[in-house]
Design a protein around this ligand. Structure first.
Ligand code: GAP
Length: 493
């Protein structure tokens, strides 16, 4: 048991800056302790696959969305949208989700544990690779890449005698397809005619509004429509904290292009989106592209942007070439024309779409993992002590500045509080007067606050404060009147 635990822990390590390692458990515990993320309905034992964002988490989440919104819609060729979560049920027939948005599911008869069959096989392949059984791993990998029907997955599990990790048996049920959409009813009557779905992607709200946006904004192709919003998937297995949840948020943009130009725009958006993640402070070596071999029912090409999480590489955004699949199907199901007329060339066509589809929830977790670091800082006793620090890019940090009085007397608290209130008109600020100053720095470092201001004896004489940088831990003295311009400059970087 102890050995198993150790192996599990080892697998969940990631190397940071070549020497530092962080486990997912460390991230989860910091996130809870400091108010980034709580389990949903925790006092009732929690609800699987659902999480709540606490005071710091919600700031981080909003900063991320704000950055995306500015990058994607503060440009002439992209319009914003906020469509409803509940949509006409025909939308999901036309989009192919009713028939095809499924995962293969298998149960173990002994342990009653339920798995996504493809994940069960993937994890088996990973175990083989770790044991250097690469030939066998490749053989199964090839079979898995061709598997599409439930029976294909079942045959692999039976042929290679894949064991249930819980019961250690091969007592499997058949593999069945499980539709991931949550169903509910609209209105008072709960029958087949009142079924509606919680949207599993925000993209369809964009497609059904294509004509509305085109006509009201007078955009010309190529142009895009962007939106941020909640999506819901009844995942068979949720896992890895915020990575696979049942309720999450997406930030999606559909870029409508002339057929034949989609490859050019696909490459363009791959580059743009990678640059954007780097601008948020993601280290280049922690990001990579992964080309899809297996494609979703709507895609002709798909590339993921992956981040190196503590548990390994995982997708944070998908870039998909969706051809005219969605618009053509909505045109056919609704009977409404969804064509574009190019007045320069006199051509009429259904546009092709390049989609960028990012996860707000997943990226928030990636931001915390990316920012996590440990180093040493001077303690009160003058020795060095371990410090946990979240090195968020200042723009993203939940709290931008903390203000402290050095001691709770001589008018310092009153002045510090006034500075805090003035700064808070511009940036999220926190006031803290409890404990030794070193403790206060540590508390702010741990939540990633980039700047700490201290009001001390000298402030009372010459109206200057110290401003300390989270990363270098160096302090500068500036005039109180310079605080806001100073922070504005630093935070615009
Ligand atoms: N419209 C296309 C689409 O939804 P996707 O690859 O299924 O594509 C896009 O999802 C992004 O949404 C993913 O890269 C991920 O960040 C996020 N996402 C998808 N499923 C998720 C889940 N169960 N939990 C958290 N985030 C999820």
């Amino acid at each position: 048991m102890k050995i198993k635990k150790a192996i599990y822990r080892f697998r969940n390590f990631v190397f940071l800056k070549n020497i530092k390692m962080v486990t997912l458990d460390t991230i989860i515990s910091l996130a809870k302790r400091r108010g980034f993320v709580f389990q949903s309905s925790e006092i009732y034992g929690g609800l699987n696959g659902c999480w709540d964002f606490g005071p710091l988490g919600v700031e981080l989440l909003r900063n991320l969305k704000e950055e995306w919104w500015k990058a994607m819609t503060y440009r002439d060729d992209i319009e914003g949208l906020d469509s409803s979560i509940l949509m006409h049920p025909k939308v999901w027939e036309a989009s192919g989700h009713v028939a095809q948005f499924t995962d293969p599911m298998i149960d173990n008869k002994v342990s009653k544990a339920r798995y996504r069959a493809d994940n069960l096989i993937e994890e088996y392949i990973e175990r083989l690779k770790k044991k250097n059984k690469t030939e066998l791993a490749t053989e199964i990998e090839q079979k898995l890449s061709k598997a599409t029907e439930p029976k294909d997955f079942y045959d692999i599990i039976v042929e290679y005698k894949i064991l249930d990790p819980v019961s250690g048996t091969t007592e499997w049920t058949e593999v069945r397809n499980f539709n991931l959409m949550f169903k509910t009813f609209i209105g008072a009557v709960e029958d087949a005619s009142s079924v509606v779905y919680l949207r599993p992607e925000t993209a369809q709200g964009i497609y059904v509004n294509f004509k509305n946006v085109l006509d009201s904004s007078r955009q010309k192709i190529p142009f895009g429509i962007a939106q941020i919003g909640k999506a819901f998937r009844n995942e068979i297995n949720t896992k890895n904290f915020l990575f696979r949840t049942r309720e999450f948020e997406q930030m999606e943009m559909q870029y409508f292009v002339e057929p034949g130009t989609e490859n050019h725009w696909f490459e363009y958006w791959m580059e743009e989106r990678l640059k954007w993640y780097q601008s948020l402070g993601f280290k280049a070596e922690s990001l990579r592209f992964k080309e899809h071999e297996k494609l979703a029912h709507y895609a002709s090409r798909a590339v993921d942007i992956e981040f190196n999480f503590p548990f390994g590489w995982g997708e944070i955004e998908g870039i998909h070439s969706r051809t005219d699949f969605d618009l053509r199907n909505h045109q056919s199901y609704s009977g409404k024309k969804l064509e574009y007329f190019d007045s320069l060339t006199n051509k009429r066509y259904i546009p092709y779409v390049v989609e960028t589809s990012g996860g707000v929830t997943r990226t928030t977790m990636a931001l915390i993992c990316n920012a996590y670091d440990e180093d040493e800082a001077p303690s009160e006793k003058g020795t060095l002590e371990k410090r946990t620090v979240l090195r968020f890019t200042p723009r993203i940090a939940p709290i931008k500045v903390a203000v402290f009085p050095l001691v709770n007397k001589d008018g310092m608290p009153e002045l510090a509080r006034k500075i805090h209130q003035d700064v808070q008109k511009h940036f999220k600020s926190m006031y803290d007067d409890s404990g030794a100053i070193g403790r206060r720095y540590r508390r702010q470092d741990e939540i990633g606050t980039p700047f700490c201001i201290t009001v001390d004896g000298q402030t009372l004489q010459d109206e200057t404060v110290t401003i300390r940088d989270r990363d270098s831990m160096l302090q500068e003295r500036i005039n109180i009147s310079q605080i806001v311009p100073y922070l504005k400059e630093k935070l615009s970087l």
